[in-house]
Design a protein around this ligand. Structure first.
Ligand SMILES: [Zn+2]
Length: 57
């Protein structure tokens, strides 16, 4: 995944240094790999909420 250089980090991108982001992104990726759409959606909701609350995304 290539990201154009910018001063502002992508608001929806998981923060690599954050353990919670990494955990939720991993849950989402494994759910996607299992074609488990509801699990993937759950992980997306949790990740977005976490980004908003913890990273002001
Ligand atoms: Zn985070």
């Amino acid at each position: 995944m290539t990201v154009p250089s910018s001063d502002v980090p992508h608001p929806r991108a998981p923060v690599p240094a954050c353990a919670t982001c990494k955990d939720l992104a991993g849950q989402r990726d494994s759910a996607r790999a299992e074609f488990d759409r509801s699990k993937e959606a759950d992980a997306n909701v949790l990740l977005r909420r976490h980004l908003r609350q913890e990273h002001r995304g």
